[in-house]
Design a protein around this ligand. Structure first.
Ligand code: FAD
Length: 507
């Protein structure tokens, strides 16, 4: 309807280029926008895809973050001359309706490495565009490389990519006079109510504010503070939802970090160096899903294909998901995540490791539940990490987190636990971390099990399959496909399976 209304006016145009915005909601360092603007009039388009938002891993908190970012992008584009045009529908239908209503000379978008559904969608759009004789240009989005034949030399290519000049926003865009459309309410997309009072706000301004405050001083205690969910809130960059929605590009973040690092020494320099390493990890993990989209549903190592475990509806899964395992620090992390949409790395790793190992939950059900809770859900990072922390990649050291010791290490005074588990507020100091020593606390469950015995059983289960030449050959194949080739990445990348089985207990 909106397309037909504008038809006569637009048909007179020599041709326009559609810029299809996806998880790249910004005007700067945007190769599709720059290329399209250089060629003539631009129709900047954001498609709200019902299929995407109906996926099991999607949630209202992710959608609202993107919607806020799109609203700000709309204002930024309006300043240039042509606001964002929003259409709801499946991309093939939306793009073909636009191409019927107006002379589309090309479509520009970023490549997306976000899993099987999106790969199939983009394949279909590519085929339709070929048929319609409309050039469809897909530009590289980050350090992940399409059709990469080998991981060799990947780190050097990441360096080159992030050191290439940041593209400026176009100076102006010709106004098209199109109906801008409206951003649908999450319920209109069938998204379940998802209260998240502490959720980060979307939009470029919030991304810039976080980047500058981090590089100016929050990075100083970063290396020391990043392991604690309490200190990490202030000292980690918290840029992850922005990098996932693309309000900031990895290249912009890396270049700003390198500039801020220049001439610095001591803690701030070390913090910024660690941040830069993590920006490389960001792309390293996205490369995995780019290379093997099936990692969102299948264990990387085939020996773990049928490992299974308890899922939603089963009491042990529900206790973990509700933050009611009776292990206070673990429960506090889960409840903090529910309320804020964010957690630091170590707390995420512990939630998964205890779920898949001690509690024997199904790693995929665990990953889906957490994906919905993460505002920053980034499929390549998420599924690689969920598999690593569940011990099913076959190539990484299996690391088990002791849910009680983690509390002593990361929350020694019990402040974080008292903040998120109100049932334990009356217990002073470390007693909040081990309420059983005080005879329990009203309304709070006893521990769901003996975590040491559960860890031993998990170790036998996971290591039980790690033997024999077939296991080793499959592990070598995983390593060749996904392993980083640089020591700086090995901590979170992939390692060769150790000669002697090694298990890190209680970390
Ligand atoms: C089970 C599990 C699931 C995860 N799921 C996600 C996810 O869906 N989305 C996501 O962005 N991160 C995910 N991470 C990685 C990491 O926990 C988050 O990136 C980080 O906590 C985000 O906070 P921050 O932006 O303050 O990170 P910072 O410490 O400030 O790091 C800066 C950026 O580097 C990247 N980064 C940091 N740590 C890692 C890492 N270990 N691997 C890859 N990239 C990293 C992120 O883009 C992050 O924003 C997951 C980790 C685990 C263990």
């Amino acid at each position: 309807m909106a397309e037909r209304a504008g038809k006569a006016h637009l048909q007179a145009m020599p041709g326009l280029s559609i810029v299809w915005f996806k998880r790249d909601l910004r005007v700067a360092d945007h190769a599709p926008l720059a290329a399209a603007a250089a060629a003539g009039p631009v129709l900047p388009l954001w498609i709200v895809e019902p299929g995407l938002w109906a996926a099991e891993e999607a949630s209202a908190r992710q959608y609202l973050f993107q919607a806020e970012s799109a609203a700000e992008l709309c204002a930024d584009l309006a300043v240039l001359g042509q606001p964002l045009v929003v259409r709801a529908g499946e991309p093939l239908a939306v793009l073909s309706a636009l191409a019927e209503a107006m002379p589309v000379r090309a479509i520009h978008a970023h490549q997306e490495s976000t899993g099987e559904r999106d790969f199939a969608r983009d394949r279909a759009v590519r085929a339709w565009a070929r048929e319609a004789a409309i050039p469809f240009h897909e530009h590289r989005q980050n350090g992940a490389i399409r059709a990469l034949p080998s991981r060799d030399g990947w780190a050097a290519r990441w360096e080159r990519f992030t050191r290439a000049p940041v593209l400026p926003a176009p100076a102006t865009l010709a106004p098209l006079g199109l109906d801008p459309g409206t951003i649908p309410h999450p319920q209109a997309l069938g998204l379940a109510p998802d209260p998240c009072p502490g959720r980060q706000r979307g939009g470029r301004r919030a991304a810039e504010a976080l980047l500058w405050s981090f590089l100016a001083d929050r990075a100083l205690p970063y290396r020391r503070a990043m392991s604690s969910p309490l200190a990490g809130w202030a000292s980690c960059s918290r840029l992850s939802p922005h990098l996932a929605a693309g309000t900031l590009s990895v290249r912009e973040a890396a270049q700003a970090a390198r500039r801020a690092r220049d001439g610095e020494s001591g803690g701030l320099a070390e913090g910024i160096d660690s941040f830069l390493t993590r920006l490389a990890w960001h792309c390293h993990f996205i490369q995995k899903i780019e290379t093997e989209p099936a990692i969102e549903r299948s264990a990387m190592h085939p020996a773990y294909a049928g490992i299974g475990g308890a899922g939603p509806g089963e009491p042990v899964f529900e206790a973990w998901a509700a933050g009611r395992t009776g292990w206070p620090f673990l429960d506090a992390c889960m409840r903090c995540l529910v309320e804020t949409g964010w957690l630091n790395f170590r707390a995420r790793a512990m939630l998964v490791s205890v779920a898949a190992m001690h509690l024997g939950l199904d790693w995929r059900a665990v990953g889906l539940h957490l994906a919905r809770l993460f505002t920053d859900y980034e499929p390549g990072i998420h599924w690689s990490q969920v598999q690593m922390q569940s011990g099913v990649t076959g190539v990484n050291t299996i690391r088990m987190y002791n849910p009680v010791k983690q509390g002593f290490d990361q929350d020694p005074e019990g402040a974080f636990v008292r903040r998120w588990v109100p049932e334990l507020r009356a217990l002073p100091g470390r007693l909040a971390l081990e309420p059983w020593r005080a005879g329990g606390a009203a309304g709070y469950p006893a521990p769901i099990g003996d975590h040491e015995a559960l860890a031993r059983a998990a170790r036998e289960r996971l290591w039980g399959v790690r033997h024999g030449p077939a296991y080793r050959a499959a592990a070598d194949a995983v390593q060749a496909r996904h392993g980083s080739r640089r020591s700086g990445m090995r901590q979170v990348g992939s390692r060769r399976p150790p000669a002697q089985p090694r298990l890190e207990l209680g970390e």
